[in-house]
Ligand binder design. Structure first.
Ligand code: MG
Length: 280
């Protein structure tokens, strides 16, 4: 940790904890299946059976399905209900031959996502409020949330969780999905599954810019920073490659290969937690 003088002139250990929000501080449930059914024109029964079939296909082979950018999978679909629904929607639309133009398709999925995001029922993860409050009040640790979501919707969720939205430093629209050339000193890709082809891409330029700004403002080393998230390759792979400590919060859908990767390649600074702990 980096030692700095605090306001009273004493030496204080300083570190920074950065948390993702959706799925990490909340258990989200996506609900855009009814809109999707109307768009496909399918009857309820057929639609429900397609939905179930594709969902179990994704669960069976989680490494094959994900959010894509330029033909590369940039986040697994299975962990997060929104991403899982997007993957299922894609499979259903492909099968029905609807919205086959890539731009129409992307716009439609984006619209379904945004119009349903705010309707999500908010269930805080166990101890989420205690976790965020304890870190936020700590004199030893700085705390902030870095999320792909818009700050306004996260503020709304914090309020509904009974927290003061102004109390938590929020950095929204972090664009963690977007790949780019920087940071050039981390590998362009790493293989997540031994013996099988499932690569993940740590060079997320926009996300890197957000993390690096937070680090430089506090004059910290990467090793002073802990990042908490629920989607390994989206939230944690880049900070891990930069030298941060990372904590993967798992749920029932976390792919085993992500847990194995952390266990085998985590160098003692990547951890798997089942729940948020106030004393991490
Ligand atoms: Mg998340």
């Amino acid at each position: 940790m980096t030692s700095q003088l605090d306001a009273g002139g004493r030496m204080a250990e300083r570190s920074l904890v950065i948390s993702d929000f959706d799925g990490t501080q909340t258990d989200a449930e996506a609900g855009y299946t009814s809109a999707l059914r109307v768009l496909t024109g399918l009857d309820e029964r057929t639609f429900a059976s397609l939905l179930l079939g594709f969902e179990s296909a994704i669960k069976e082979h989680p490494h094959r399905h994900g959010v894509e950018r330029g033909g590369k999978i940039v986040a697994s679909a299975i962990v997060d209900p929104y991403l899982r629904m997007q993957a299922i929607a894609k499979l259903i639309l492909d099968r029905e031959g609807r919205f086959m133009d890539p731009i129409d398709r992307a716009n439609l999925l984006e619209h379904l996502y945004l119009s349903n995001y705010s309707k999500t029922s908010i269930v805080p993860r166990q101890r989420a409020v205690e976790f965020m409050s304890a870190l936020n009040e700590s004199k030893m640790v700085d705390f902030c949330v870095v999320t792909n979501a818009r700050t306004a919707s996260v503020r709304d969720k914090l309020y509904r969780m009974g927290m003061n939205p102004d109390s938590i430093p929020l950095h929204g629209h972090a664009q963690k999905f977007e790949l780019g050339p920087e940071p050039a000193h981390v590998p362009e890709w790493v293989n997540l599954i031994e013996g099988k082809s499932r690569v993940a891409y740590p060079r997320r330029t926009k996300y890197f810019e957000v993390l690096d700004k937070l680090r430089r403002e506090r004059e910290l080393e990467w090793s002073d920073i802990t990042v908490v998230g629920d989607i390994f390759e989206l939230d944690l792979l880049l900070p891990f490659m930069l030298g941060c400590r990372v904590i993967l919060l798992v749920n029932d859908n976390t792919p085993q290969y992500e847990i194995d990767f952390i266990t085998e390649c985590g160098e003692g600074r990547a951890h798997v937690f089942g729940d948020l702990k106030e004393n991490y």
